[in-house]
Each structure stands twice: as structure tokens, then as C-alpha cells.
Design a protein around this ligand. Structure first.
Ligand SMILES: Nc1ncnc2c1ncn2[C@@H]1O[C@H](COP(=O)(O)OP(=O)(O)OP(=O)(O)O)[C@@H](O)[C@H]1O
Ligand SMILES: [Mg+2]
Length: 396
């Protein structure tokens, strides 16, 4: 910010200006001709202010100004033409070439000092606007990507809701018929037993039928009721978006639903230990969104545990003052200390593009904070990561 280019072919003037600028606290950079000046001003980390002589070899000061103007730079340097040409027409030509200020030689050092100060103020404001615009641009880009992700989640929700609906009917038929067959079996098993007792036909086969049929029917009924449970969890999860209701809900129940949704993944990777405080009060919120957060945490824990083969996932709930707290701890590899802050950033993932989007935790944090809560993470002393959700207790 304090560097200023002095471009003048006259060595004594360069030296005088250099001393003055140093006295005023600037760091002068020297050029002997226009070509050098242009090179310095268009390089990376170029000085933001330049004092250019008009008459210089190779490229004159006005041509340097014209070249810079033509480049349409996002952070154009502040150009002061310092020249013996003192007619009004020269001044107009100089300023029209793209110079920001025009000072005639001989000049009063105090005047130059003030005009440099003006340039410093203008370039500082320009830099501030430039940085602000850049931040806004990347923020807009992040938001757009988040929206696309949310849209994809919503599409997935609609698709899952459709599939859940379609599965409902055939599962109803399976469990209804299995129930009828279970009650019919009571009569049939008497006949089968009679066949065995009277040595009728293939008795080995009859014995097998007698021993296995009841278990098989029970198996069908259990499987059908598990499908029903998954369907109802999916339906609850998919209602997200269509029914953004805020209502009193129990964190323990949200965890149960999320666990059912993740059961297929977790069964290969985690032994689950639940330590719920059953007396915790209700929280107020959008149940589906809280479940979405938990699903992401369970999937993350599952991924972490699969990297060591299999491990333990401990879920605890309790009340802490005005908050209800859930901790989700795994004994996987944990998170490298230098990444602990970065995991909340949108698109931060260590899973590779085909596996993770890196949006899970950033969306989760937003959702929890929109509920007036907090999300935290730490590494456990014995290894593994521990995520904490804190949500405010529902107001009576
Ligand atoms: N329990 C955990 N143990 C170790 N690292 C974790 C754990 N949870 C999250 N991380 C790290 O945080 C990163 C970001 O997680 P996040 O949920 O935001 O995205 P992701 O899981 O990579 O992708 P997505 O959620 O879209 O599938 C992960 O890639 C992983 O490196
Ligand atoms: Mg994730």
C-alpha cells in the first residue's frame, strides 16, 4: 500500500522525489523510462500509485496512461502525471489519456504530498470495494451450489416418497396374506402331524414342513413390519419441504428415526450404544430437519468407522440448562486438528468427489443454528470424533 512508482528519465529528479517520498513514509520504486514503468505497473503486486513524467524515452507518460486505461484492470493504479507541460490543453490531453491527476513542474512538495494522499485514499477505497465484491461473488457462488444441493435433496425426497408409497401396497398384501396363512397353519399343522404319525408319504419332508413353516411365516411378518417401519421413517423424512412445520418434538425420537434410516449402513460399520435421558424435555423445531442433521452425522460416523473396519457409535442425550444436548461419538480415526475448523465449510470433504459433496456439515450447522442451537466437534482423548448438538428447550 505504501509503495509508489516514480518514473522519470531525469536522474536528479528521480533521486529528489525518492528522498521526499521516503521522508513521507512511502517506499519508492524507480523506473527510468515508460516501458519499465508499464512493466512494473502491470506486474503482480504492482504499486497502487505512480508518479509519471510525460516526456520519457521508449514510452511517454501519456502512453503509459493510455495503455493502462486500455487494459481495463480490475484494480487500476492511481496515475499522477508530473510534467513541465503547463498549458490547459496539455492538462486536458493528460487527463483524457487516463491519468488521475496532473501536476506541473516546478511543484510545491507539500502539494505533491497532499495529492499523493488523495491517491492513497482513493486506492484504499477502491481496494475495499474490490475485496468486498470478490467476497460477495464467492458467497453467491457458494449459495448457488448449496441451493442446487438442497434442490437435489428435495428431488430425492420426492422420489423416495413416491417409492415409499408404491411399496406400501405390495407390503400390505404380503403381511396380510402372511397373517391369514399363520392362522390357517394352525389347522394345517394338525393334518401334517397326523400324516407324520400315520407314516403317510414322505415323512422326512412332512417333519421339515412341520418344524419350519411357523418360523418362516413369523420371518415374513417380521420382515414386512420392518419394511413398514422404514417406509414410515422415509415418509417422515420426505415430508421435509412440503410441511415445514415447527412443532414440539423429542430429540430421542428424532434420533430413533434417523437410526432406522441409517440402519443398513450402520449395521456393517458400527456397534451402536444409546444412552438416552428419557426425561429430557421437548424442543421446538422442524423434526425432519433435525433428522436430516442426525442422518448426516450417522453417515459420517459410519464412513469414519468403516476406515478402521468396524467400531463403536455412542449416542447420548441429556438436558443442560436451557438446552437439550445430543452427543454422537465414534471411535474412528477422528479429525486432524488442522481440519477441525474446515469441516464446516461448504464443499470441504475428504471423501473424494464421487462419494461426498462436503455439504453435509455446513447444511447441518445452518439448520441447527436456525433452530437457535449450536453444533460443535472435538476429538476424543482415546481417538474418534465427537459431535455435539445443542437445541433450546421448548418454551412452555
Ligand atoms: N465422524 C467423523 N470422523 C472423521 N472425520 C469426519 C467425521 N465427520 C465428518 N468428518 C470430516 O468432515 C468432512 C466434511 O463432512 P460433511 O458431512 O460436511 O461432508 P461429506 O460427508 O464429506 O460429504 P456429504 O455429507 O455430502 O456426503 C468429511 O469429509 C470428513 O473428512
Ligand atoms: Mg456427510
Amino acid at each position: 500500500m505504501n509503495r509508489i512508482l516514480i518514473a522519470d528519465d531525469d536522474a536528479p529528479i528521480r533521486i529528489t522525489l525518492k528522498k521526499k517520498l521516503e521522508g513521507w513514509g512511502y517506499e519508492p520504486i524507480l523506473a527510468e523510462n515508460g516501458e519499465q514503468a508499464l512493466e512494473i505497473l502491470t506486474a503482480k503486486d504492482a504499486p497502487r500509485i505512480a508518479i509519471l513524467d510525460w516526456m520519457m524515452p521508449k514510452l511517454c507518460g501519456v502512453d503509459v496512461c493510455k495503455s493502462i486505461e486500455a487494459m481495463n484492470m480490475s484494480q487500476k493504479p492511481y496515475l499522477i502525471l508530473l510534467t513541465q507541460k503547463d498549458s490547459k490543453q496539455d492538462m486536458v490531453t493528460g487527463l483524457e489519456s487516463g491519468a488521475d491527476d496532473y501536476i506541473c513542474k516546478p511543484f510545491e512538495p507539500e502539494e505533491l504530498k497532499c495529492r499523493i494522499e488523495v491517491g492513497r485514499r482513493i486506492t484504499a477505497a477502491d481496494d475495499k470495494i474490490h475485496n468486498y465484491a470478490q467476497n460477495m461473488e464467492s458467497l453467491a457462488e457458494d449459495r448457488a451450489k448449496q441451493l442446487i444441493h438442497c434442490d437435489r435433496l428435495a428431488q430425492l425426497g420426492i422420489l423416495s416418497a413416491g417409492i415409499a408409497h408404491e411399496i406400501n401396497n405390495p407390503v400390505g398384501v404380503i403381511s396380510g396374506n402372511a397373517q391369514i396363512m399363520t392362522s390357517l397353519w394352525k389347522d394345517v399343522s394338525v393334518l401334517v402331524q397326523k400324516g407324520i404319525d400315520e407314516n403317510f408319504g414322505d415323512t422326512t419332508r412332512l417333519k421339515f414342513v412341520q418344524e419350519e413353516t411357523a418360523d418362516m411365516l413369523r420371518g415374513i411378518l417380521d420382515a414386512a413390519s420392518r419394511i413398514n417401519l422404514i417406509i414410515s421413517s422415509l415418509k417422515t423424512f420426505c415430508r421435509r419441504g412440503s410441511e415445514e412445520t415447527i412443532q414440539p418434538c423429542m430429540l430421542n425420537e428424532c434420533i430413533d428415526t434417523a437410526l432406522v434410516l441409517c440402519k443398513n449402513t450402520l449395521k456393517y460399520t458400527a456397534d451402536i450404544v444409546c444412552d438416552f435421558d428419557e426425561s429430557i424435555p421437548h424442543i421446538t423445531g422442524n423434526k425432519q430437519q433435525i433428522e436430516q442433521v442426525l442422518v448426516n452425522l450417522f453417515n459420517n460416523a459410519s464412513d469414519a468407522l468403516s476406515s478402521i473396519g468396524r467400531g463403536k457409535l455412542t449416542i447420548t442425550t441429556k438436558r443442560e440448562g436451557d438446552y437439550v444436548t445430543a452427543t454422537i461419538a465414534d471411535n474412528g480415526p477422528g479429525i486432524p486438528e488442522d481440519k477441525l475448523d474446515r469441516i464446516w465449510e461448504p464443499f470441504f470433504t475428504t471423501k473424494g468427489e464421487d462419494k461426498g459433496t462436503g455439504l453435509g456439515l455446513s447444511i447441518s450447522k445452518n439448520l441447527i443454528e436456525s433452530h437457535g442451537g449450536f453444533m460443535d466437534v472435538c476429538n476424543l482423548p482415546d481417538g474418534g470424533a465427537c459431535f455435539t448438538l445443542r437445541l433450546p428447550v421448548a418454551k412452555p
